[in-house]
Design a protein around this ligand. Structure first.
Ligand code: HOZ
Length: 427
């Protein structure tokens, strides 16, 4: 019997490049046919063939309270009934700005946009406008959306396809992006010593989630803060993925590092397109209409997306919310590590808050080079075997995974049991 996923994929490829609207969804890295989803509820998603999966992709991060949380759905329906969009300010935008600034004290001012790409792209422009400098520093394997200057040695889908730097980015633009090694404080020190007065911004994922999960070293974070302050560069912490995931105050709250600007998306939109950037008042005041740095968007602050985001942000502030997620993710990574060890498979796993990384290497990687050295073929095999067991992991060895508040202890236990079965048949 033909699978409906296959039929849909065959048809989609005739009209949509690669059959998908975002490359990493195409299963190119792991091989096979992408799943077409028709429904999600709580911790589960159902594909076009009605097969149920425990979902650890969580729409690539946003669904921290699970799919179709009744309060989020109710708020979205209520907002939609009042108007789908006005292209004008609303009281709800003020409310979400107040909520974001209250939760994240580093936000003195905030601007809403519709996607993480917009947030990072504009934060870079703002840093350049503020400093009057052009050069930016990013780190290999970090992904900050798909604007030209940031698609240089990037992670996520770009890395998945072995083309971390995109064709179509003019060399003149790429030349303004200096790429350094993640977690290499000495490399950063050297770059600042050489051309510190040219650097407008350092942009970084303070917990890297687009080359699998890589945790930052303390000295790396401290060096970034110290050097940006010393040389007058803007430190942009890209928390599109880690924000409200690592903990309520994101990675910068967890590690106690003060950013100049942060970018947010995913969780803060509750599954709908809402994102933001913000930070120091003196920098944010350079934005139009106050200042000369331009940014605009018809869908910015869209009331339906804001309703989903506000409700999600209300839910994540519940007492013990992140303790529970942290515990669940730990249960999962420890359980998977134990079953792999039992079957003698070189495997490691780690988590921070509700984000986790799984690696087919004996120890958890701390750099891009170490991630690249892990056994990708083993991951791909594991991915498909787990899929057959009803567990949906990210279809790439270069993406972090996520647990949500909808996952139960039983879901985690079922996932570990599935991995036990998969590893038992591994030889
Ligand atoms: N950039 C996302 C992964 N880190 C993928 C987005 C998508 O395909 O939906």
């Amino acid at each position: 019997m033909t699978s409906h996923n296959q039929e849909l994929f065959d048809q989609s490829q005739k009209l949509i490049p690669g059959g998908v609207n975002s490359p990493v969804r195409a299963f190119k890295s792991v091989g096979g046919t992408p799943l077409f989803f028709k429904r999600g509820k709580g911790a589960y998603v159902w594909d076009a063939d009605d097969k149920q999966y425990i979902d650890y992709v969580n729409s690539w991060g946003p669904m921290i309270v699970g799919h179709c949380h009744p309060e989020v759905v109710k708020a979205v329906q209520a907002a939609a009934a009042e108007g789908l969009g006005f292209g004008a300010p609303t009281a709800a935008e003020l409310e979400i700005a107040e909520t974001l600034c209250k939760i994240l004290p580093s936000l003195e001012m905030v601007r809403l946009v519709s996607s993480g790409t917009e947030a990072t792209m504009t934060a870079i422009r703002l840093a350049r406008g503020f400093t009057g400098r052009s050069r930016i520093i990013k780190f290999e394997g970090c992904y900050h959306g798909h604007s030209d200057g940031l698609l240089v040695k990037a992670g996520s889908g770009a890395l998945t396809f072995g083309q971390p730097s995109s064709s179509g980015v003019p060399a003149e633009i790429a030349a303004l992006t200096t790429v350094l090694d993640y977690n290499d404080a000495a490399g950063l020190e050297k770059a600042f010593a050489e051309y510190g007065n040219e650097i407008a911004a350092v942009i970084v994922e303070p917990v890297a989630g687009n080359m699998n999960l890589i945790l930052p070293k303390r000295e790396f974070l401290d060096a970034m803060r110290k050097l940006c302050t010393k040389h007058g560069a803007v430190l942009i912490l890209d928390e599109v993925m880690s924000g409200f995931r690592v903990g309520l105050q994101g990675a910068h709250g967890h590690y106690g590092i003060k950013p100049d600007l942060i970018t947010l998306g995913k969780v803060m939109g509750g599954g709908l397109p809402a994102a933001a950037f913000g930070g120091r008042r003196d920098i944010m005041q350079c934005l139009a209409p106050l200042g000369a740095v331009y940014q605009a968007g018809t869908l910015s602050g869209n009331p339906v997306a804001v309703a989903a985001g506000l409700t999600t942000l209300k839910l994540v502030q519940a007492l013990g919310f992140y303790d529970r997620l942290t515990q669940l993710a730990k249960q999962m990574t420890e359980g998977l590590t134990a079953v792999a060890k039992k079957h003698g498979i070189p495997f490691s796993a780690q988590s921070i808050g509700s984000m986790f990384g799984l690696y087919f290497s004996a120890t958890a990687p701390t750099s891009y080079a170490e991630v690249m050295a892990s056994d990708k073929a083993a991951f791909n095999r594991f991915f498909h075997a787990m899929l057959a067991e009803g567990v949906y992991l990210a279809p790439s060895a270069f993406e972090a995974g996520f647990v949500s508040a909808a996952h139960s202890d039983a879901d985690i236990a079922a996932t570990i049991a599935a991995a036990d079965k998969v590893f038992a048949a591994w030889k």
